[in-house]
Design a protein around this ligand. Structure first.
Ligand SMILES: [Fe+2]
Length: 157
């Protein structure tokens, strides 16, 4: 798993949120936008590509988009404003969303032998697995940063 050095992660809450938006939300969307059509194409060209991968990626995209939109519209603005009543409930919902992501990620890894292409895999198949692998690494780093660093600032211990 890729981990950002502490020095690269801003401490101040507003700057940390900006970092999450730029380094993760924006990049996740760009990665998913290129991986989804690639998954469809690879699957059409090669019947050995695990059935269900394109569907699992599409599901991950819907889950992540729904989750990121909630953070961007509701949770992050509330955090920038210093927190307030109801924020712990919103955070609990975000934590549950992250658990759903983890389940879907585990399914993708299981379908694909942990994203290891077989020896006979085509170039685009390898590209799909490599891109999905870096998306999942980014997502894991993003979730860890949110649940270990950002969320606890607004939760009573
Ligand atoms: Fe999140």
């Amino acid at each position: 798993m890729k981990d950002l050095a502490d020095a690269e992660v801003p401490r101040e809450t507003g700057a940390l949120i900006d970092h999450i938006l730029i380094r993760y939300h924006k990049r996740h969307r760009a990665d998913l936008a290129s991986l989804l059509p690639l998954a469809e194409r690879v699957h059409e060209n090669d019947p050995d590509v695990p059935r269900g991968l394109a569907r699992a990626l599409a599901k991950l995209e819907r889950q992540m988009e729904d989750h990121m939109a909630k953070e961007e519209r509701i949770l992050f603005p509330a955090m920038r404003a210093g927190g307030g009543p109801g924020i712990e409930h919103s955070i609990a919902v975000m934590r549950a969303d992250h658990d759903d992501h983890d389940e879907n990620i585990a399914m993708i890894r299981q379908l694909t032998q942990d994203l290891t292409p077989p020896d006979h895999a085509s170039g685009s198949w390898r590209l799909l697995y490599g891109g999905t692998s870096s998306l999942l690494d980014d997502l894991a780093a993003h979730i860890a940063l949110a649940i270990n660093v950002l969320f606890p600032r607004f939760e009573r211990g």
